[in-house]
Design a protein around this ligand. Sequence first.
Ligand code: PNS
Length: 162
Amino acid sequence: MTTLLFPGSFDPFTRGHRDIARRAAHVCDKLYVVIMHNDSKKHLFTPEERVWMASESLKEYPNIEVLMSDGLLVDVFKEKKCDAVIRGIRSESDFRYEAEMAMANKLLYPEYDVMLFPCRDDLSLISSTIVKEVGYYGGDLSKMVPAEILDFISDRLKKGRT
Ligand code: PNS
């Protein structure tokens, strides 16, 4: 039984995130998508909203479970007996960030490992930051976020403007 873990802040969940989760779910028996806190970012959506967005976007995949944690990634990794963490990379700078994070996590827990999935070409420019910026000004987010959560994200971001 292969268990993978896809952690992230997912603030908000994008089509890029869904594509990585879909591909990871295809090569394992169980995939945990875990909504976590990134101390270097100020999150706009609450953890509960982020769990809801990921769950709605991934409901067609029976081997994916969405969870949240406000602790360390390695602790979730241990608790869920994961084989590897999955992360998507869009660019060289993403790779550097992932390599540093992997080294730190491996120091904390030597059995920790990570698999990096290169992002699909047509989704490589989508990030949660871009989604927030476009949505804040009322721009069309339909090519950036899953259809199931489009209205929720658009309304929420427009409200943030008022
Ligand atoms: O989507 P993000 O913001 O790039 O995800 C980063 C995340 C949430 C995976 C990372 O910040 C994290 O692992 N947070 C949990 C706390 C932790 O374990 N920090 C040590 C990382 S070296």
